[in-house]
Design a protein around this ligand. Structure first.
Ligand code: ATP
Ligand code: MG
Length: 405
């Protein structure tokens, strides 16, 4: 079979493949981008595989960066874009169920394709469009089947992360797991305990965000892989409930974690602990710990100015969108409007500053200042008070009198 039309992304990389070939090496498009083109899906990164060794690649191109030279990857920089060029390689003697002990560069495309995880990821395309399909990946693409290259037991034993990758491909592509491949995952699910949380995290997030989330998450539970993921051991039932939520693919990572946390019914302390265990960034944890209570609020009430103000526009829009998953219609426009008409957007916008409060009342510096400012902030946001210095000072005076008496 031959690829009839080259997508723009492939055309951009064509001079690189041509140059490698005219220097006497083999060069192909490989990996996820080939799969995605054949599925008519948008592609993210174009991977190029070549028989040239890294030093040989570097000799051929003016501008390169060693991004993963130990693994044979050199980044080639062109005027328009950058491309990863990886030397054909085999990965040998996996002793700890994760990454290979060492990689060996080889001159054979077949060896390189053999070490890839699934048949649909083991296709290569030459510059004339010929598709090289040594493991019947095209049949599997047509039949929507996800099948390990070679013996699935061996392949998952070599690198247990592949089991999580399998589940996330189910979730993204809606493919079914070939029975042997699924059985091997069921059998070896506990090997996930050997894999670093960071690597599992990447795949788990993609698993949550797929268009076929239900199938992906169901296989995650049925294969018992979830048991060996951080903090999920006792949440099989809740994960199934999560899988059953209707609604489109979850657009962002923070929304995915927020929905998950809501379905697992975790409180703020649990969420923090859970997401730390998953090695999520502090920024993400901060966002999700704000979004979960906001979602619970929104499921019961309409937005009010104070909740909206505290959450901020972007997080509020993110939360509102999640109504889809609870069979409610989000009203994003309303949030935009409400937000636009807020009298202030942060404490900095208040017409009275901390030092002015201190000077005016002439009390010693102390926590009372920020307390007063917070009271004023809330009154202004709720529309009870105008954001004008005089009004604010008057209000503060009355408030302090009441508090001190
Ligand atoms: P995505 O579209 O999400 O990038 P992808 O299939 O391109 O999916 P990558 O992680 O970018 O995934 O990997 C590129 C290719 O490298 C894969 O298509 C596959 O051929 C191979 N690969 C990646 N990870 C593994 C692995 N753990 N074991 C074997 N082959 C792998
Ligand atoms: Mg990729």
């Amino acid at each position: 079979m031959r690829l009839e039309a080259f997508p723009l992304e492939f055309q951009g990389a064509m001079p690189i493949l041509r140059k490698l070939q005219s220097a006497g090496y083999e060069a192909y498009y490989v990996g996820g981008s080939v799969r995605d083109i054949l599925l008519n899906k948008p592609i993210h990164d174009v991977d190029i595989a070549t028989s040239a060794f890294p030093a040989e690649v570097k000799e051929l191109f003016h501008r390169t960066i060693d991004v993963g030279i130990d693994h044979g990857t050199v980044m080639v920089i062109t005027k328009e874009a950058t491309y990863e060029v990886t030397t054909f390689r085999t990965e040998s003697t996996y002793q700890d169920y994760r990454r290979p002990d060492h990689v060996e560069f080889v001159r054979s495309l077949k060896e390189d394709l053999k070490r890839r995880d699934f048949t649909i990821n083991a296709l290569a395309v030459g510059i004339d469009g010929t598709i090289i399909d040594l493991f019947d990946g095209l049949d599997d693409l047509r039949n929507k089947v996800l099948r390990a290259v070679g013996n699935p037991y061996e392949r998952f034993h070599e690198d247990a992360l592949r089991m999580m990758r399998a589940l996330r491909f189910v979730s993204h592509l809606g493919f079914t797991l070939e029975p042997n491949t699924f059985e091997a995952i069921q059998e070896y699910h506990s090997l996930l305990a050997k894999i670093s949380t960071e690597r599992i995290n990447v795949e788990f997030v993609k698993l949550m965000m797929g268009s076929f989330r239900e199938a992906g998450l169901r296989s995650f539970v049925e294969s018992e892989c979830y048991i060996y993921c951080p903090g999920l051991r006792s949440y099989g039932e809740a994960l199934l409930n999560f899988s059953e939520l209707r609604g489109p693919a979850i657009p962002t990572e923070r929304q995915a974690w927020t929905l998950l946390m809501a379905m697992l019914d975790m409180n703020i302390t649990d969420i923090r602990h859970f997401m730390k265990e998953w090695k999520c960034s502090n920024q993400l944890i901060r966002e999700v710990t704000q979004m979960v209570p906001a979602l619970q609020f929104r499921l019961k009430y309409e937005w009010d100015n104070w909740t909206l103000y505290q959450l901020g526009r972007e997080l509020a829009l993110s939360v509102e969108y999640l109504l889809y998953y609870f069979e409610r219609e989000p009203n994003l426009e309303k949030i935009r409007l409400l937000y636009q008409y807020l009298p202030i957007y942060s404490l900095k916008d208040l017409a009275l500053k901390g030092n002015e409060v201190m000077e005016y009342f002439d009390y010693p510096r102390g926590p009372w200042i920020s307390m007063i400012l917070n009271v004023l902030e809330q009154e202004v946001i709720e529309g009870n008070l105008k954001n004008q210095k005089e009004d604010l000072l008057n209000y503060a005076e009355g408030y302090l009198k009441k508090e001190m008496s």
